[in-house]
Ligand binder design. Structure first.
Ligand code: PMP
Length: 366
């Protein structure tokens, strides 16, 4: 089996699974309980917080564990809108965000916020100047992802946020860093982000756990009320084993050989168009295969136990609007190949050969 859908989810690292199982068995106390079993569970969470904090160069106290990036994005955006909406009703974002950012913002636009979308330019790039110009005195929040999940394009977040902070220091900056975390450098202060979203299952942890990291002075208005866990920011008994395995995935991630240019250079360019930029994520390559619909190629490869994605897993069945935003001419012919640190050159050779075979046989069937 060859798995190239790591941007959708990664196979959990065996160490992360080991930690999950051990923690579930041995540290089963409720972290809010006052007895030693509870204290032990709380310690596990706090140790995990330290591991993430070291990686992100932030204060462990500013890490809020959530059920995943979708919740982190919702919490970051809705919280900021309610805490800082009085500073202005404008929110600036890009037209290529993941639905877990795009949909909350769409909702806010029905509640009196004006949402301004910055689109990629003719070269498929988000222009920091255009972003900056969209931010005015009436702006309370900006949200810009770090790495696009469909194409691997790396957005100039640091440049955008630095310039914005300079222009209007009251603006809260949020970054969905899900596809960048543990893949390219992600540091809280470097990015000039007030809020950062990360997810465990994209880095070899288990599903259903993520984090929202906040800067010291940013206020969080909870979106889930209850027992006041996570310093009153997010109620609900913490998923202790998942949190521990998230931290172990961070600790055990080892950089593999960078293979994206090998893939790029060895695909047959007579019939394959590359939709990802040269200097994008070292893990994601989006390509279009001439004359072969995404799903047809996906299932052909699947018959050989090779797994890729047609666009983004979250837009299942729908033709991607994001690829069109990037100027991709034929999004319905595109497949996303996303690597992990375990991917090898040999795996890629097998994939390239299988795409060739697929193209030749599927094209003749038309
Ligand atoms: N943001 C981005 C950029 C993503 O790629 C994803 C996962 N597809 C998410 C957010 C949502 O992550 P989760 O599955 O942890 O909710």
């Amino acid at each position: 089996m060859l798995y190239f859908d790591n941007a959708a989810t990664m196979q959990p690292h065996y160490k992360a699974l080991e930690v999950y199982k051990r923690t579930a068995e041995e540290v089963f106390g409720n972290p809010s309980s006052l007895h030693t079993l509870g204290v032990k569970a709380e310690q596990v969470i706090n140790e995990s917080r330290k591991v993430l904090a070291k990686e992100l160069s932030c204060d462990p106290d500013n890490i809020i564990f959530t059920s995943g990036a979708t919740e982190s994005n919702n919490l970051g955006l809705f919280s900021s809108a309610s805490a800082y909406g009085r500073n202005g009703s404008r929110i600036v974002t890009t037209s290529v965000e993941h639905p877990s950012v795009a949909e909350p913002l769409k909702y806010l636009s029905t509640k009196g916020f004006e949402v301004v979308y910055i689109k990629p330019d003719r070269n498929g790039e988000i222009n920091p100047q255009e972003f900056l110009e969209a931010v005015n005195d009436n702006t309370c929040l900006v949200s810009c992802m770090l790495v696009n999940n469909e194409t691997g394009y790396i957005l100039p977040v640091r440049r955008i946020f630095t310039a914005i902070k300079h222009k209007n220091s009251r603006v809260v900056t949020h970054c969905d860093a899900v596809q960048g975390f543990m893949k390219i450098p992600v540091k809280m202060t470097d990015l000039q982000a007030d809020l950062i979203t990360v997810s465990a299952h994209k880095i070899g942890g288990v599903k259903g756990v993520g984090a929202l990291i906040k800067s010291k002075n940013v206020r969080i208005i909870p979106q889930i009320y209850g027992g006041g866990q996570e310093r009153n920011s997010r109620s609900g008994t913490e998923n202790v084993p998942a949190i521990a395995s998230f931290a172990s995935a961070v600790e055990y991630t080892k950089k593999g050989e960078e293979l994206i240019s090998f893939l790029r250079n060895n695909l047959n360019r007579e019939y394959i168009t590359i939709n990802s930029p040269e200097n994008g994520s070292p893990y994601i390559l989006n390509v279009s295969v001439e004359g072969v619909k995404s799903e047809v190629m996906l299932h052909f490869l699947e018959s050989k136990e090779i797994y890729v994605s047609s666009g983004s897993a979250c837009s299942k069945g729908k033709v991607s609007g994001v690829l069109r935003e990037f100027g991709v001419k034929n999004p319905d012919f595109s497949i996303r190949i996303s690597l992990s640190d375990e991917s090898t050159k040999n795996d890629l050779r097998t994939l390239i050969k299988a795409i060739d075979e697929g193209y030749n046989s599927l094209l003749h069937m038309r």
